[in-house]
Design a protein around this ligand. Structure first.
Ligand code: FE2
Length: 188
């Protein structure tokens, strides 16, 4: 059980690290992630907390990002922003978060998560479809209608196609998340 007091404290820590417009995004993602969790029978407090923390490292300097999350491949070396999920996980750990579902969701909001990480899926969907982004309404509605996995699959496919269209090589873990998607045709 995550106490309300601690969520407020974490939110304040995050607010001090990010730009005001980022903080507004974070609050919208948190509201939506909690709604998606409820609609899919997941722990809404965990989803809310993961969302509050997900972009904690997003506005840090490249140096600080690299310090918190040393790059592991060329994509990360060339684009320090790709590190902000893993760096956010480190910050959350430093602040005392131990819940693996929450930590995995924070890290995975950038690359995607494995099929067993439902809180991570709720956060991933909320991040790409929160109302302020003005895109992916369909994905949001699917998730709010209880179709978490379908909505997540759609979100990952959209991301990979978007990157491919722009000629950007997806991060190996984005590829892994994409390839881990169960093809719809395999469903009974
Ligand atoms: Fe992010």
């Amino acid at each position: 059980m995550i106490s309300t007091g601690s969520v407020v404290d974490y939110a304040e820590k995050v607010r001090q690290l990010v730009k005001p417009e980022r903080y507004e995004h974070i609050l919208r993602v948190a509201e939506l992630a909690a709604q998606i969790a409820t609609a899919n029978g997941l722990d809404q407090e965990k989803a809310y907390l993961a969302a509050i923390l997900h972009d904690a490292a997003r506005d840090l300097s490249a140096e600080r990002l690299q310090q918190l999350a040393p790059p592991e491949n060329d994509i990360e070396r060339q684009n320090p922003l790709a590190l902000h999920g893993r760096a956010g996980r480190r910050l959350a750990q430093e602040w005392g978060i131990e819940d693996e579902e929450v930590l995995e969701a924070i890290e995975g909001h950038v690359y995607g998560v494995g099929p067993e990480h439902k809180i991570g899926m709720a956060l991933y969907i909320a991040d790409v479809s929160e109302p302020g982004r003005e895109v992916n309404h369909e994905i949001r509605e699917m998730a709010l209608a209880g179709q978490l996995e379908e909505a997540y699959q759609k979100a990952v496919i959209c991301k990979v196609r978007y990157l491919q269209k722009k000629g950007i090589e997806p991060h190996p873990r984005t590829w892994a998340a994409y390839q881990a998607l169960r093809p719809k045709t395999d469903e009974p």
